[in-house]
Design a protein around this ligand. Structure first.
Ligand SMILES: [Fe+2]
Ligand SMILES: [Fe+2]
Length: 385
């Protein structure tokens, strides 16, 4: 062959033309070994030989042949035992093995096939047949190698791409966090803009957030929903943006008509926030609409009763009352924690315990010290502890 190798097809596999394929001859008859070597070496094969099974098994690992020619009868063990061991090892099972058997020995052939022999040669063998069988066997090995290489390349590519994808996901996550932060910040600032129409300050909004998420925790609301409460609860009065200043900022008592207009901040807020996709805005809408409803049905805008008022609305109603009672207003002095606690739990004629969800009221009683703590920590000009 022109290229000097026993490769059956021209251009079969590009890399094959450069490689010298190795054949391990396992036979205890030196004459047979020599004969085989002389038959195949001129065609470009590299050869090694072993006279027994143990040496062969060691050589297979060191020499890494591409095909093994294995005599059925060896001095220390049978060729079948060698074959069994080769096929049982993950390092060597893929090396094609050609068993050399006595002509017509059908039983030995079946046994060899069962163990995993790839081909047979009958003794005494024909040199041309020997070349063809080795040639075919090498072809199988080359395909196996190519497949292995391809799998390795594929695995490497998949690993690299997975790494790149993870890095990209990481970037996206960082970007998401930044966007999420910017989004929450924007929601908070818009809410504050609305509050500027009123006498409240940023301190009120932060306290509403903190009381609401505290009550939420004790009312069994999930951690992720409590995260939403933190951003949604300050939106309760966002509808005040639609109420005329002269009514909102009036220092004297409101007329019945003016109070009706004030009540409208609930539905205006809900309209501003309606059809939103984000959880924060959707919860914000629910709070805006229901934070003046009362457990006994005397609230507004719809006079909902009991659990018809969503839990988050009941929560914000209670905490908004607590904070308003404690804060200084143009028309009222600030009250101490104890005074407010008394009003909420016993009533003062205007604010009554039956306005609140009884379960929530119990939790408030248990946690009232922490309400005081929140009020004091988010102190600003509208709070006079
Ligand atoms: Fe309100
Ligand atoms: Fe409020």
């Amino acid at each position: 062959m022109a290229c000097g190798l026993l490769i059956p097809y021209n251009g079969f596999i590009g890399t094959m033309e450069k490689k010298r394929y190795k054949v391990l001859i396992v036979d205890d008859e030196p004459l047979v070994v020599r004969l085989i070597k002389e038959a195949i070496e001129p065609s470009g094969y590299e050869t090694a030989s072993s006279p027994d099974g143990n040496t062969a098994l060691r050589l297979v690992k060191e020499y890494k042949p591409d095909t093994i020619l294995l005599d059925g009868t060896l001095p220390d063990m049978s060729g079948y035992d060698v074959l069994r061991k080769l096929k049982a090892s993950h390092e060597t099972w893929s090396i094609p093995a050609i068993i050399i058997t006595a002509l017509g020995d059908r039983n030995s052939k079946y046994e060899a096939l069962n163990i995993g022999a790839d081909d047979f040669l009958n003794k005494p063998f024909d040199i041309d047949e020997l070349r063809i069988r080795i040639n075919n066997s090498i072809k199988v090995k080359a395909y196996n190698d190519l497949l292995n290489d391809y799998n390795n390349v594929l695995e490497k590519t998949v690993r690299e791409k997975t790494k790149e994808l993870n890095a990209a996901l990481q970037d996206l996550q960082t970007m998401n966090e930044t966007l999420k932060h910017a989004y929450h910040d924007t929601v908070f600032r818009l809410t504050r803009a609305a509050e500027y129409k009123d006498e409240f300050t940023g301190g009120h909004l932060k306290r509403i957030s903190a009381y609401s998420s505290l009550l939420g925790e004790y009312m069994g609301i999930s951690k992720s929903d409590r995260g939403t409460i933190v951003y949604a609860s300050p939106m309760h009065d966002i509808g005040k943006i639609g109420i005329p200043d002269h009514i909102l900022q009036k220092n004297s008592p409101l007329t019945a008509g003016e109070f009706e207009i004030i009540k409208g901040h609930t539905t205006i807020g809900a309209t501003i926030l309606q059809d939103a996709e984000s959880d924060v805005l959707r919860m914000g809408q629910q709070i805006a609409l229901t934070h003046h409803e009362r457990w006994d049905g005397t609230g507004y805008p719809r006079g909902l009763k009991g659990t018809k008022v969503p839990l988050i609305g009941r929560i914000v109603m209670l905490v908004d009352q607590y904070d308003a009672l404690r804060s200084k207003r143009p028309y009222k002095s600030p009250l101490s924690h104890e005074q407010v606690y008394d009003i909420i739990t016993r009533g003062d004629g205007r604010t009554m315990p039956q306005h609140f969800d009884p379960g929530l009221l119990e939790v408030f009683k248990k946690l009232s010290d922490r309400f005081d703590g929140i009020y004091v920590s988010f102190h600003d000009e509208d709070t006079v502890p």
